[in-house]
Design a protein around this ligand. Structure first.
Ligand SMILES: C=C(O[C@@H]1C=C(C(=O)O)C=C[C@H]1O)C(=O)O
Length: 388
């Protein structure tokens, strides 16, 4: 297929997981868009109304629970077994410098972290004590030529510890593309799995430094506290819908090519077949891993402190089928891609004790998954080597 096709073809949805690859192409019908609170009901009535076409809806939910989602029934679905991925070098997407502009500049992000810490301190004696605010920043990138989405997917999927994704955005030209390490929720029959990550450290090429970084993360009280908030929130939200909620003792380390994370694989059994994967995703989203605690107050703080609308970044991307099964991932380590324009996002959980410089560094490290797939560094210059 020509690269021209991949640059302009709308409605390509891809999810490349270690369990297999899903590709959906073309559009048969859009799901009536709406907020997260009505997603479960809209999906159920879609399948009740339409007996024809693919038995699956694919797409994405934005970060803001009140904003309209974008899911659709594709014209065609194809599945492939996981295949070892072709090794390609970063940098072959073009070797001229790209234009990269930090929006907001890193210093402004540091100042927003300081303000978030002050907001948490000031709320301490109130009933709605703010315990965590996830703050993000972005890089606006202009490529020397339109992004070849197929090549970018190839690069993103080289890290086999993550799920590479591509989902069309409303409007018909832009796509959200990324490589997420975080499963929001999956449902297969009555079996539910959620694998939240919170608490992060950079990886290093030097193995000794890399191990030190992992050990630091495991022993960091701040990161363990951040992680506990997420597990508690997910468990509380699942409790009315599930039995046998199982949380393993202690966190485990999850490694991507560029980051260490604290993770916990939560499993549960649904009480009713009627609760679909889409309903579960809409229930859990946004978890404190991408928003904060408590949810409504931290979302309000994000609106006040961030200088842009997150759109579909830190939303959820995935699918749900007619039986209610599905898989939803947190839309992280991703970018909106539109022609030559790429907007990359990354965020970090701010809790009392966080330091602005460390959060700037953590968000820079989280940009790397996308930047190395594009073949550039934060200055827009060709990368000499992939981070890890
Ligand atoms: C918000 C992001 O990542 C989230 C925040 C994390 C943290 O604060 O430690 C870790 C994993 C993700 O849940 C991001 O990558 O943009």
């Amino acid at each position: 297929m020509s690269s021209d096709f991949h640059q302009h073809a709308p409605n390509v949805f891809r999810l490349l997981t270690p369990a297999g690859n899903l590709t959906a192409s073309g559009l048969k019908r859009e799901l009536e868009p709406g907020p997260a609170s009505t997603l479960g009901a809209r999906v159920a009535s879609f399948f009740a109304q339409h007996a024809d076409g693919a038995d699956r809806l694919v797409g994405a939910m934005p970060f803001d629970r009140e904003a309209r989602d974008y899911l659709y029934q594709p014209a065609e679905l194809s599945f492939a077994k996981f295949q070892p991925r072709r090794a390609t070098r970063a940098g072959d997407l073009g070797s001229q410098p790209w234009i990269v502009s930090a929006e907001p500049p890193a210093e402004n992000y540091g100042a927003a972290v300081t303000r978030a810490l002050a907001m948490m301190e000031a709320s301490k004696s109130s009933a709605e004590e703010l315990r965590k605010i996830v703050l993000s920043r972005s890089l606006a990138i202009t490529a020397p030529q339109p992004i070849d989405r197929e090549a970018l997917m190839q690069h993103l999927s080289q890290d086999t510890s993550v799920t590479a994704f591509q989902t069309p955005l409303p409007g018909g030209t832009a796509a959200l593309m990324g490589a997420t390490p975080e499963l929001l929720v999956s449902r297969e029959g009555r079996q539910v799995v959620s694998h939240p990550l919170a608490g992060s450290a950079r990886r290093y090429i030097d193995p000794v430094r890399d191990r030190e970084s992992a050990r630091w993360l495991e022993n960091s009280n701040k990161n363990q506290r951040e992680h506990r908030e997420v597990i508690e929130a997910i468990t509380d939200l699942l409790a009315p819908y599930c039995t046998d909620i199982f949380i393993p003792d202690g966190t485990t380390l999850r490694a991507t090519a560029t980051m260490w994370h604290l993770g916990t694989r939560i499993t549960a059994t649904l009480k009713s077949d009627d609760t679909s994967a889409a309903e579960l995703a809409a229930l859990l989203h946004p978890t404190p891993a991408v928003c904060g605690m408590p949810r409504v107050a931290s979302a309000a703080a994000i609106r006040e402190l961030e200088e842009y609308d997150r759109g579909f970044y830190a939303g959820a991307v995935g699918w749900v089928d007619r039986s209610g099964d599905g898989e939803w991932y947190v839309a992280l380590r991703c970018a909106e891609v539109n022609g030559c324009n790429v907007r990359v996002y990354s965020g970090a959980g701010i809790v009392p004790g966080s330091e602005p410089e460390a959060e700037i560094d953590e968000t820079s490290a989280k940009f790397l998954a996308m930047l190395s797939a594009l073949g550039i560094d934060e200055g827009g210059y060709p990368l000499k080597e992939i981070a890890a």
